[in-house]
Design a protein around this ligand. Structure first.
Ligand code: ATP
Ligand code: MG
Ligand code: MG
Ligand code: MG
Length: 465
């Protein structure tokens, strides 16, 4: 089954079960300052779950554009390292607004996977939230799931929340076992916990609203929100392990390979590029413009990452914008905004490529020199700062390069250099001299430093969103 056929099969299955097919909402969340980009199918229904908004249907189904490149769900650094993460992906979902609850949610999902798609039951594994005996009983007694492929997990995996505040609840997840050949798992990204058993579908039992004080309040009506990654289920249906091997990505990768001297489509950097052309194009189609703050800065960072990976593969010329055509061919039918905005997307990407190309080579040379002269394995803060300030290398881009070489970044030193520069320009402005004249990218306004992420020893850039 092609990806587009799976999307269609999903929507029509749920339509037959009385669900209203609703269009994907924009990647820029409407009136929701708590959210960087749309990160799940339920976002557009947030107020319906909260009981603040009413629709004339109580069951809905969507194929939702999602971007996870910042905020609570951030997969930017997984791209290229795992078989299953993208910055942009499509989330297939079915929703109940105070209509059906656990029993039907589980039954629909199981029926869709094992009857509609005919997946073998023995390849499907299930998890539930540790306290959710009700869901567990439905799985055992009604779906007949085998004990040996079942487990209870805690908050981190089986309690879903769209952000720090908002609707949330316990969930049950379905995984597909890609088999023991994957046992030597490719080393995963920082958030990766393995690629043999790939999570395909999350069924969330929306029961609470978390407020800013951290309190959970019961929602007016228990509801259901599910999400299944189209690319992941397509990989299963197409008997491939990695999302990058599905039809849609193969076409994008082939197009990218043609532009880059026939680089093999299994090349990690090519996969990053194929991933990034989707998020960048869809973000621009939804009105995000590259800039030095907020959403626009995330977009700029993704574009620069893609350009750097192209450069690494030996790109001689601006190449990134040339991939838009292949994407439009692949996804324009399902998302006509891509067709409508194609010229604009190409223009903006080219402009960004040109701008970054002016400093990329010089920045890389500086970095190579500094790496060659390194004593230990930590890139000094001064270098990170100069790359950022003078050559337009967002810090996560420098980190991307460092990670490829097994090096680390001195974030504290970087912050110090940043603070010193701020102080200097504050002093200078007193005298009316602008020392920032020569600075190509001023991006410090929204930068708030680094923070250790929970359970991980890496550090992550935190941007005010
Ligand atoms: P994972 O644990 O693999 O990172 P998740 O638990 O973060 O996934 P959910 O928030 O439960 O994902 O989202 C629902 C579904 O969306 C997942 O089961 C998966 O099929 C899909 N999905 C989530 N993140 C991505 C991504 N970055 N790229 C592609 N598909 C994704
Ligand atoms: Mg995740
Ligand atoms: Mg998960
Ligand atoms: Mg999940």
């Amino acid at each position: 089954m092609k990806s587009s056929e799976i999307r269609q099969a999903f929507l029509s299955y749920f339509e037959r079960q009385g669900h209203q097919i609703v269009d994907s909402s924009s990647l820029v969340p409407a009136d929701d300052p708590t959210l960087l980009f749309t990160n799940a199918g339920m976002n557009q229904f947030k107020d319906v779950f909260l009981g603040k908004e009413h629709r004339d249907y109580r069951r809905a189904t969507t194929s939702q554009k999602c971007v996870r490149a910042g905020g609570k769900h951030n997969d930017l650094e997984n791209v290229g390292y795992t078989a299953r993460h993208h910055t942009f992906f499509e989330m297939l979902g079915n929703f109940s607004f105070g209509d059906y609850f656990k029993r039907d949610a589980i039954r629909f999902a199981w029926e869709f996977l094992t009857e509609e798609l005919q997946l073998p039951k023995e390849k499907l594994w299930v998890t539930v939230y540790k306290d959710d005996s009700e869901a567990e009983e439905i799985w055992f007694n009604e779906m007949g799931i085998d004990q040996s492929r079942f487990s209870r997990l805690g908050e981190k995996d089986n309690f879903w929340a769209m952000g720090d505040t908002g609707p949330c609840g316990p969930c049950t997840e379905i995984f597909y076992d890609h088999g023991p050949d994957i046992a030597g798992d490719p080393p995963g990204g920082p958030n990766d916990d393995g690629d043999r058993y790939i999570e395909i579908w999350n069924l969330v039992f929306m029961q609470y609203n978390r407020t800013a004080d951290g309190e959970l309040h019961a929602l007016p009506k228990p509801s259901v929100d599910t999400g299944m990654g189209l690319e992941r289920i397509a990989a299963v249906m197409q008997h491939v392990h990695s999302n990058y091997e599905i039809d849609l990505f193969q076409n994008l990768l082939n197009a990218a390979s043609k532009l880059l001297d026939g680089v093999p489509t299994t090349e990690k950097s090519l996969r990053v590029i194929a991933d990034h052309i989707r998020s960048c194009s869809f973000l621009i189609a939804d009105g995000v413009m590259p800039s030095n703050e907020g959403r626009g800065f995330v977009l700029r960072r993704i574009i620069r990452r893609a350009v750097r990976h192209g450069n690494k593969l030996g790109a001689q010329d601006n190449f990134f914008h040339k991939l838009v055509g292949a994407l439009v061919k692949e996804m324009g039918d399902a998302y006509p905004e891509l067709i409508r905005e194609q010229a604009q997307i190409e223009r903006i990407l080219l402009q960004e490529e040109e701008q970054f190309a002016r400093t990329l080579d010089k920045g890389m040379r500086l970095l190579e020199q500094d790496i060659a002269a390194l004593d230990g394995n930590t890139i000094p803060g001064e270098t990170i700062f100069t790359l950022y300030d003078t050559y337009g290398f967002p810090v996560d881009l420098t980190n991307d390069i460092a990670r490829e070489r097994g090096l680390e970044l001195d974030y504290a030193g970087y912050e110090k250099a940043m603070a010193a520069q701020k102080e200097q320009s504050r002093q200078a402005s007193k005298f009316g001299v602008d020392y920032n004249d020569s600075i190509i990218v001023e991006g410090s306004t929204d930068f708030t430093g680094y923070e250790a992420t929970e359970g991980a020893d890496r550090v992550k850039a935190v941007f005010v969103e």
